[in-house]
Design a protein around this ligand. Structure first.
Ligand code: HEC
Ligand code: HEC
Length: 393
């Protein structure tokens, strides 16, 4: 802390009114800073003026040393595709995404757990897998999934294609028998014609299935319909006073931008947000299970916060609502100390140093929540395509 605190709260790093951590600040709304000292937020008119600009010229954010400044912004729209093969893959992928006949039970499709009307999640704490057995983790929303850099909460899939094959093969999930899937698809005139349009002549194979599902998933892109997007596009009345204060707090005192940054509000990195439940029933070692690096114990990939209002419940285990999440962040994600038997345990999880007590007042928490709700997009209604007949070839 030092000049950063000034930059954070004064919203103008150049102001001479703020010189040190204890320095005086000239503004109206009193609050406390991240170390519990009294500081001031700019008054709402001043905030409106400061944010009525291109994001590159917004007030300096409050970032910890070593964090790269990636500003929030509009989600890039996919280029319109002129390639007829790609259009055919997307259409084929849509059929496959909704087709429960790919699964071992004949009943479970991607849409069972990633429903467009529920923000491409399933609304459950953790999904129900095969035979309705609860899985360990919450189904992530798939909005903008094609823009991510790794997949799954622990980043264990390196591409959307790998991810699709993994869930199809997983005996606790779709439990698909790949030979049976290929035989089923090859027996269908509708599918055979579509595979040919998408890939040219040649046998149907699982890599083509995965490529088509991935092509369809890449069309799940933010549509720019949120209030925050309108604001970014220059409609500076699109955010209410509370939402705008929330945006400023998110970038400054609440420290969220340290990890939730860029257009998707995710740095695509892995952090321990304090939810390892180490040694307890809900224990989940996160990225460690993949890398076996003790530093990765309890680390999960920062989720995107786009459309967050539609994708409750939250966190990798779906244990929280939005108030619960904000209360935990405000308290600095307190963790149980090492027990006597854990003193020398190399796997004892360490929470991210970016998480500290925030001293947000109730109204400020409400402002951050209001800002998060301004990321909500128009509700999507996706009509599943009519199932293609099988066994007619
Ligand atoms: C039984 C419920 C279920 C079904 C069916 C299901 N998923 Fe998922 N999906 C999940 C869960 C739970 C996760 C998170 C698992 C984890 O991180 O370990 C997930 C993760 C993902 C991710 C990673 C998202 C991210 O942000 O990292 C993608 C992409 C995805 N699923 C796509 C699909 C596709 C495509 C299908 C169909 C082939 C499918 N899912 C079928 C529950 C399901
Ligand atoms: C240290 C980096 C970091 C900081 C700082 C941080 N987050 Fe997170 N956030 C994460 C990670 C990682 C997760 C997933 C944790 C898990 O599931 O165990 C997460 C999860 C969330 C979720 C749940 C999303 C979902 O889809 O389940 C919300 C909401 C959220 N953060 C909001 C915020 C807000 C608001 C702030 C500021 C007060 C903030 N975060 C600060 C890294 C961070």
């Amino acid at each position: 802390m030092s000049w950063r605190v000034c930059a954070m709260f004064l919203a103008s790093a150049a102001s001479s009114a703020c010189t040190t951590q204890e320095g005086s600040v000239s503004s109206t709304a009193a609050t406390t800073n991240a170390v519990g000292q009294a500081v001031a937020l700019p008054a709402i008119d001043e905030l409106r003026r400061l944010y009525a600009r291109d994001p590159a010229a917004w007030p300096a954010p409050g970032l910890d040393d070593g964090v790269v400044h990636r500003e929030l912004g509009l989600v890039p729209r996919p280029l319109r595709d002129e390639d007829p093969r790609l259009a055919a893959r997307i259409e084929l992928g849509e059929h496959l995404y909704f087709d429960g006949r790919l699964s071992g039970s004949g009943q479970m499709s991607c849409a069972s757990c990633h429903d467009a009307e529920l923000g491409f999640a399933d609304g459950r704490a953790t999904s129900l897998g095969k035979d309705a057995k609860p899985l360990k983790r919450n189904a992530p929303a798939l909005l903008n999934t094609g823009l991510r850099q790794s997949w799954f909460w622990d980043g264990r899939a390196a591409s959307l294609e790998d991810q699709a094959l993994a869930v199809l093969a997983n005996p606790a999930e779709m439990d698909a028998d790949f030979e049976a899937v290929v035989a089923f698809l090859s027996s269908s005139r509708g599918y055979s014609e579509r595979f040919e349009a998408a890939f040219g002549p040649g046998p149907i194979a699982m890599d083509k299935v995965a490529a088509s599902i991935a092509a369809y998933e890449r069309t799940f892109v933010s549509d720019g319909s949120s209030a925050f997007d309108d604001f970014l596009e220059g409609d500076h009345e699109a955010l209410s006073d509370s939402e705008l204060r929330g945006l400023h707090l998110f970038r400054t005192k609440a420290r969220c931008l340290n990890c939730h940054n860029g257009p998707l509000l995710s740095d695509e990195q892995f952090h321990n947000a304090g939810l390892t439940y180490y040694g307890r029933e809900l224990q989940d070692l996160g990225r460690y299970e993949q890398t076996k690096d003790p530093a990765d114990v309890g680390r999960f990939r920062t989720p995107s916060l786009r459309n967050i209002g539609r994708t409750a419940p939250y966190m990798h285990n779906g244990q929280f609502d939005l108030d619960g999440v904000l209360n935990m962040y405000n308290a600095g994600m307190p963790r149980p100390p090492r027990r006597a038997d854990q003193q020398d345990d190399p796997l004892f999880p360490t929470k991210s140093p970016h998480l500290q007590r925030l001293f947000l007042e109730d109204e400020e928490k409400a402002d951050v929540k209001a800002f998060l709700s301004s990321l909500t997009e128009r509700r999507r209604r996706v009509k599943p395509p009519a199932p293609l007949a099988a066994g007619d070839l």
